[in-house]
Design a protein around this ligand. Structure first.
Ligand code: ADP
Ligand code: MG
Length: 254
């Protein structure tokens, strides 16, 4: 029988592991997640009965072929797309049973989402792009811009604050998207194929940067990727095939 991906270790073999096991706090726990699109003959079940648990302090990857349901799964976990069945528990709250208002709060305050193609607004400056989540939280424009520039500094782009995204390289735009995702200090950062349109060195540098500067014991990071060049950076790697999580590529003993 295939082990459930959420299985905890049956035994703990040394003191360091025992300490980790004791201090683990669940960030996200998904149970029985299922999502289909379309109807009748055109129906596609993109996510099939997925169980997943992530802990704070982890950087987890999901890998799998195109069309295997990775983006759909991220959308279900981050409060963007409602599942047909199953639950997503984040820090003790079942997000899909929240009211629409509370769910919007959750999306704004708890998760940062970096889309594959960045989704930057072309007519805004880099700093204005990063300020948007703060504006949505009703910060004043000036306050939001000051804060946004701090985060641009964190991602090494302070000097680009007043330029439109089109003047930036792909790697720089990716860093702007990351700054925008973390400006509200979310506990959970989700990145969909963050290195897909970057060269190998830039992609590795960005994910190393995220791990070093953004991951801590109160945060967790979930990354969908095809990119074997960044494998070494993951705490755990889960495999997804045809809508299901089918096992681990790394870290299954954790
Ligand atoms: P991945 O991110 O692994 O490439 P996706 O989650 O994007 O996979 O897609 C999984 C399956 O669901 C695919 O067959 C895709 O065509 C289908 N799908 C995804 N989003 C939609 C949608 N909004 N409407 C219809 N089908 C969709
Ligand atoms: Mg995808």
């Amino acid at each position: 029988m295939t082990p459930a991906v959420t299985d905890a270790p049956a035994t703990v073999t040394n003191t360091a592991e025992a300490k980790t096991a004791r201090t683990k706090t669940t960030a996200i726990k998904a149970t029985g997640l299922t999502k289909s699109f379309g109807q009748g003959e055109a129906k596609t079940t993109a996510v099939k009965d997925v169980n997943l648990e992530m802990w704070f302090g982890e950087m987890v990857y999901i890998v799998g072929p195109s069309g295997s349901g990775k983006t759909t799964l991220l959308s279900l976990l981050s409060g963007v797309l409602r599942p047909d069945a199953g639950t997503v528990d984040v820090e003790g709250t079942d997000i899909w049973h929240l009211s629409e208002d509370k769910l919007a709060d959750f999306r704004l305050n708890k998760v940062g989402f970096v889309f594959q193609d960045y989704h930057l607004f072309p007519r805004l400056t880099t700093a204005e792009n990063v300020a948007i989540p703060l504006i949505l939280r009703r910060k004043s424009w000036n306050e939001a811009l000051v804060e946004a520039k701090k985060y641009l500094d964190i991602v090494g782009l302070a000097s680009r604050a007043d330029l439109p995204p089109v003047k930036l390289s792909g790697g720089e735009q990716q860093r702007v998207a990351i700054a925008r995702a973390i400006v509200g200090q979310p506990d959970i950062l989700i990145l969909d194929e963050p290195t897909a349109s970057l060269d190998g060195d830039t992609g590795h540098a960005i994910v190393s940067f995220v791990k070093k500067n953004i991951l801590n014991e109160k945060r967790c990071i979930l990354i969908v990727t095809h990119d074997s060049r960044i494998t070494e950076l993951a705490t755990r790697i889960l495999k997804m095939e045809d809508g299901r999580l089918t096992g681990w590529e790394k870290g299954g003993d954790q």
